[in-house]
Design a protein around this ligand. Structure first.
Ligand SMILES: NC(=O)c1ccc[n+]([C@@H]2O[C@H](COP(=O)([O-])OP(=O)(O)OC[C@H]3O[C@@H](n4cnc5c(N)ncnc54)[C@H](O)[C@@H]3O)[C@@H](O)[C@H]2O)c1
Ligand SMILES: [Fe+2]
Length: 386
């Protein structure tokens, strides 16, 4: 099969980029915007940074913000009804992965109503029509949902998160403005930044990786290693700066890569932790990252050695094996420097078999470069238990 790259039609980057939004809507003749955001972002005035611009331009809009972190099927179903009730004809989504993923599912269902149950969108769904025209504005620097062809929804009843992969969900326009991320607290900055690093490293070592995605992933790893610590420091001082700017770009570049080749066992296990224990996605990814790298090392030693170089490690004089170990050590150090926890206290011995089965059923699992057995996955979960 041919290699394939899907990206936004247009993306804007840099401080002040949100000023482009009204023009993008007006030039296409849309009349009413469905704004999809979350309650905290509305409360803290982050959503208003964009809706104020819509008001100034005289663009009519309706707000939907019934979205929780790790968004649920119900959030999507309610959103579809709200979209219809609003009489909207386009979407502007403002938020982290949770808001953007919900908006993607809503936009897909509006134009493909046969998938209104949401569950049938899992995996590669055979939707016929592209989602409603969407402009995605990330407020975290991690998921890159503004450029990916994926979205992740939680099935509360079945206690699982499921990944949907569909080229019809890619937002036409992404607006990646570091000012929209400036209010992230330090913990969220760290967790979402480590999610981006996990995308870049898993994407670089996944089965389907190829030259074009390698290019994106290596650059993302370099930029994250250079900027995440500064970004967290800026968060502590409640200010923007070069760290924030670097991370806004880095996470997007990682998304340009992994969206097109998939991930691996880390994300499969992380989705399971979030479904069972509501663990924030980035924290789950980060805790598991050195463990998954160690597991995959025998089949991707050389690639991990190149990760070490991208992370700024001086590998001169090291064997390939030593350089791969140095990459794992660098990831652990970065996690420690930005205060990522090492254990998930909620996991209990009697749930281990169930979460292992769930992780192995996740859509990211087959992309892992090394085949992982039930016992392998269970052992990896054990390593983050108290
Ligand atoms: N679509 C994809 O390709 C993709 C990739 C990775 C993860 N995800 C999914 O994305 C979700 C996680 O998204 P996330 O990590 O971006 O977080 P999130 O969207 O779940 O937000 C987490 C919390 O941070 C707050 N927040 C967001 N931006 C803020 C800001 N600028 N200032 C202050 N608070 C802010 C939100 O209000 C929310 O309470 C998960 O469901 C995950 O599975 C999707
Ligand atoms: Fe992720």
């Amino acid at each position: 099969m041919a290699d394939r790259i899907v990206l936004n039609t247009i993306s804007y980057h840099g401080a002040g980029a949100i000023k482009e939004i009204p023009g993008e809507i007006q030039r296409r003749g849309y009349k009413k915007v469905f704004v999809c955001s979350d309650p905290d972002l509305v409360k803290f005035g982050v959503t208003a940074k964009v809706t104020d611009l819509l008001d100034e331009a005289g663009i009519d809009h309706a707000l939907y913000s019934e979205i929780k972190p790790n968004p649920t099927i119900q959030n999507v179903v309610d959103g579809v009804e709200a979209f219809k009730a609003a009489g909207a004809d386009c979407i502007v989504t403002i938020g982290g992965g949770s808001s953007m993923d919900t908006a993607k599912a809503i936009g897909v269902i509006i134009n493909n109503p046969e998938f209104a149950d949401v569950r049938s969108l899992e995996g590669v769904a055979p939707t016929k029509n592209h989602a409603v025209f969407t402009i995605a504005v990330p407020t975290t620097a991690g998921t890159a949902a503004e450029v990916t062809i994926n979205y992740v929804i939680t099935d509360v009843e079945k206690v699982r998160k499921f990944v949907c992969v569909d080229t019809n969900d890619a937002p036409e326009v992404a607006v990646v403005d570091p000012d929209m991320m400036a209010s992230m607290p330090a913990g969220l900055t760290a967790a979402t930044g480590m999610d981006a690093l996990t995308h870049a490293i898993e994407g670089y070592t996944t089965k389907a990786a190829w030259e074009l995605t390698d290019m994106f992933h290596l650059e993302a790893i370099k930029l994250i290693s250079e900027n995440l610590r500064d970004s967290v420091a800026e968060a502590k001082e409640h200010k923007g700066g070069s760290g924030r700017e670097g991370m806004a770009l880095a996470q997007y570049i990682a998304g340009m890569g992994f969206s097109n080749v998939g991930l691996g066992v880390d994300h499969a296990m992380a989705h399971t932790l979030s479904a069972h224990y509501d663990t924030p996605h980035g924290v789950a990814c980060a805790m598991l990252l050195p463990i998954a790298m160690e597991f995959n090392k025998p089949v991707v030693t050389e690639r991990l050695a190149r990760v070490a170089v991208a992370m700024g490690v001086d590998t001169a004089g090291m064997s390939v094996e030593e350089a791969a170990d140095a990459a794992i050590a660098a990831v652990k150090q970065l996690s420690e420097d930005v205060n990522i926890p090492k254990v998930c206290e909620a996991i209990t011995e009697d749930e281990l078999d169930q979460i292992t089965r769930d992780a192995m059923a996740d859509a990211c699992f087959p992309g892992n470069p090394r085949e992982a057995t039930f016992d392998d996955v269970k052992d990896m979960f054990r390593k983050i238990m108290k």
